[in-house]
Design a protein around this ligand. Sequence first.
Ligand code: NAG
Ligand code: NAG
Ligand code: NAG
Ligand code: NAG
Length: 402
Amino acid sequence: MKKLTILVSAINAVGHSFEGKLKKLGYEEYVYSIDREQPTNVENKPDDTKIENPGERMAQLLLKSKIIGPSSPLEKMEQFLTFFEDPLQRNEYKHQNRGAKEAIDQFNPDLIFVDTSLVPVIYYSNIPWIKCISTTPNFFFDDSTLPPPGSGLPINDNTDWHLFEKFRREFTNSTPLANLIKELGYEPYPDNITFPETQLLTVYAYPNELNWNQIRQKDWFNLEFVEDSLNNKWSGKWIYVSMGSMGSVDLDLMKRLISALQNTPHKYIVSKGPRHEELELAANMYGERYLPQTKIVPLVDLVITHGGNNTTTETFAVGKPMIVFPLFGDQFDNAQRLEETGLGARLEPYGFTEKQLTDKIDHFLNDQAVLEKLQNASKRIMNSNKPEELAIKLEQLLCKDN
Ligand SMILES: *[C@@H]1O[C@H](CO)[C@@H](O)[C@H](O)[C@H]1NC(C)=O
Ligand SMILES: *[C@@H]1O[C@H](CO)[C@@H](O)[C@H](O)[C@H]1NC(C)=O
Ligand SMILES: *[C@@H]1O[C@H](CO)[C@@H](O)[C@H](O)[C@H]1NC(C)=O
Ligand SMILES: *[C@@H]1O[C@H](CO)[C@@H](O)[C@H](O)[C@H]1NC(C)=O
């Protein structure tokens, strides 16, 4: 199959805080730089050096311009539109256009995803582009039978709709944007439309039950919801993986485990250990160098472990099944006893096959009889008070001796 080069152009979101996000999913990645000019008259400018997470920059801007805060929907809409006309935003748009031009020149993409803000270099490039609407789909939709976007007004009572009408027009046809596009040396889009139609495809994501009839009828593609976290994408169970501080140092072993687990429908929390920086997790995994294991184990459905003393006893006490890859010492015995009692599995860390592992995972996630036995054992352990029993026992023994 031909390898496609795809450019993603996202409103105010591209930039270095996104670096690495797509690479993890197996894409080659090139994040084009937005060397933001520093407008002298804008106090709102967030401190880029402190921004680590995608979307954080936008969130800070919205907070500072009071779009996030206690004012009314109408006041916020006023703020919102002046916000996008301020010099800072205009600069962002210019840089977005320049960045997209650089990327087009360098990669000659086969397809461009355009999220919400279409820059002219893309519109006039003749490269097919997909129109992605990452707001509710009513925003760039010119239909006066619907309540104005962002008003939150009821569909069956149009009394106050007129208060927002001018904003509806600004969203669909914008003179300030047309001026900006002219400044950049291009023809404004037909009718000064903000987000023109694409010949290829329009994509949005909104639950069909909540969608407006008028939009449902368009031949737009509704993703309904966007899988963007472990929890959404992998519908399976949560599994905790810890090979202990010793086992996790064996990178080959960790990599074999990761590669065997990455094709399962489950979500993993991985204790990465001392060589965390060298360990690349799969897309269905989350991990850190240190994790609060005793807090996590009670919440997961299964534990994959080296079978050290602590992990084994802690996991058993909260009634979770274990798959053990013993590495040395008492770990072999823990693994063997779990296997023999049917309350867990023992696998050979340097000789296991992917199928053996996935079979065991399936078994221990689904065998209700085993899970009930483990739960029963956990209840018994949790309801007992062994330290107190020990104290009583000692007292009895000492009294007898006297
Ligand atoms: C489009 O924008 C220009 C300014 O760039 C303005 O002069 C013109 O009146 C606008 N046309 C429409 C139809 O809004
Ligand atoms: C094992 O548990 C004991 C008692 O809870 C703790 O003191 C010890 O540090 C733990 N050992 C490891 C290797 O985590
Ligand atoms: C073994 O685990 C038990 C229970 O978590 C803990 O109390 C004990 O300290 C551990 N022993 C060692 C040698 O880590
Ligand atoms: C778990 O405990 C309940 C209540 O004591 C008992 O009825 C049930 O048989 C036990 N289940 C297993 C699998 O041992």
